[in-house]
Design a protein around this ligand. Structure first.
Ligand code: SF4
Ligand code: FES
Length: 368
């Protein structure tokens, strides 16, 4: 067996607090409160341990990471430790003074997410009046500061037909990279799946739009494209494979192989309060459970793609089949794939229900 490589990146979910309420938020339904969050000193220790382990990048995310007043201290600590620091933010709190402090601390890259191309729709999806205008302003400040900007466009049935306008907005803002990501159906997005699931023809048009824009914008803007699993023939290598490239730390300090791992009932996770990051990476039961290929059932176990997609997504297998160790039903070789496709077709053909907005206290009811 080959030696275990170091994780490539640390996803530091500094907080679940956020002024927005996106109905596809990747945070768990049970959000952690401010009193549970790791202290500044604990985060600084974890950042040092990450660098010692061989991590190269740190992504400061949340929730909204800029609600943490100590963010410049953490960015400076990461910079001092030699980590490439990226901020993943909604942008609504990123004013000139805050950004200047982060630049001074050594921040190297910013990703700002947009819900749409116009204020009315963007504010509706984010559940935050005035949010879109603040995001535009934040994006301009980032470019003026000379930092590379990535614009994240989360797309779904209610904004896919405006993808052209969203891409034009990102270009106008000066983004160097655009990530067009179809909603992935975990947590809040699973609850809201009928309100978000696109039709297959919407998806095909969006894919054509991205392909055309990639050619037109070559050399100016890089466009990454994440397709929705439900219409795929083979799954993605979710997280680059379970516990292969990333460690996600929750606001309270739980070390997770992926941001949605807590949705898998029965798994327990170690805390960076109790164990070092290196010890967790190498020996945590939750990390070892689905790492590599030894855990795989058929058809994955003998599939030629098993070390390409690493069996797809464990959280999706659990959410849809109740079994985290099953073949991801996004794979056409799964016996459950046809049901996944028919669910997507049925939900996308019906009128979209109202959003269930992200909020502390969880969703009032969960869709199946
Ligand atoms: Fe991937 Fe398993 Fe499907 Fe093969 S059978 S493509 S390894 S999910
Ligand atoms: Fe957890 Fe895919 S979201 S493994």
């Amino acid at each position: 067996m080959s030696a275990l490589a170091a994780p490539y990146a640390l996803l530091a979910e500094l907080t679940h607090r956020c002024p927005l309420q996106c109905p596809y938020c990747s945070n768990p339904l049970a959000l952690e409160g401010a009193s549970a969050e790791l202290t500044t000193a604990a985060w600084c220790r974890v950042i040092g341990e990450a660098a010692d382990l061989g991590v190269l990048q740190i992504h400061f995310s949340g929730g909204e990471p800029t609600v943490r007043r100590d963010l410049p201290i953490l960015v400076a600590e990461a910079s001092k430790a030699g980590l490439y620091g990226n901020l993943i933010t909604s942008g609504v709190l990123l004013d000139a003074a805050r950004l200047a402090a982060l630049v001074e601390a050594g921040l190297e890259h910013v990703q700002i997410s947009f819900q749409g191309s116009d204020a009315g729709f963007g504010d509706h999806v984010g559940g935050f009046a005035g949010g879109h205008a603040k995001k535009l302003e934040a994006a301009r400040l980032v470019c003026q500061a000379g930092l590379p900007l990535t614009v994240n466009l989360v797309v779904h049935r209610q904004n896919l037909d405006h993808l052209d306008a969203m891409l034009a907005m990102a270009v106008e803002l000066g983004a160097r990279r655009v990530e067009v990501a179809h909603v992935q159906y975990h947590g809040w997005a699973l609850v809201n799946r009928p309100a978000l699931m696109p039709t297959r023809s919407q998806l095909d048009r969006a894919t054509a739009t991205v392909e055309e824009a990639r050619v037109r914008l070559k050399g100016t803007v890089t466009i990454d494209y994440v397709v929705p699993d439900y219409y795929a023939r083979r799954p993605k290598a979710c997280m680059g494979g379970w516990a292969r490239q990333f460690i996600n730390i929750s606001p309270s300090g739980l070390a997770l192989p992926c941001h949605a791992a807590e949705s898998i009932a029965g798994l327990t996770f170690d805390s960076v309060r109790d164990r070092s990051l290196a010890d967790i990476w190498r020996h945590s039961k939750a990390f070892e459970l689905f790492r590599g290929i030894a855990w795989m059932p058929e058809p994955c176990a003998s599939c030629e793609r098993r070390e390409i997609d690493w069996g797809g997504c464990r959280c999706q297998a659990f959410a849809l089949l109740g079994e985290a160790g099953a073949t991801d039903p996004a794979c056409a070789l799964s016996p459950h794939h046809a049901r996944l496709v028919s669910t997507a077709e049925r939900e996308s053909a019906a009128a979209p229900p109202a959003f269930v907005y992200r909020r502390i206290g969880g969703a009032p009811s969960a869709a199946g």
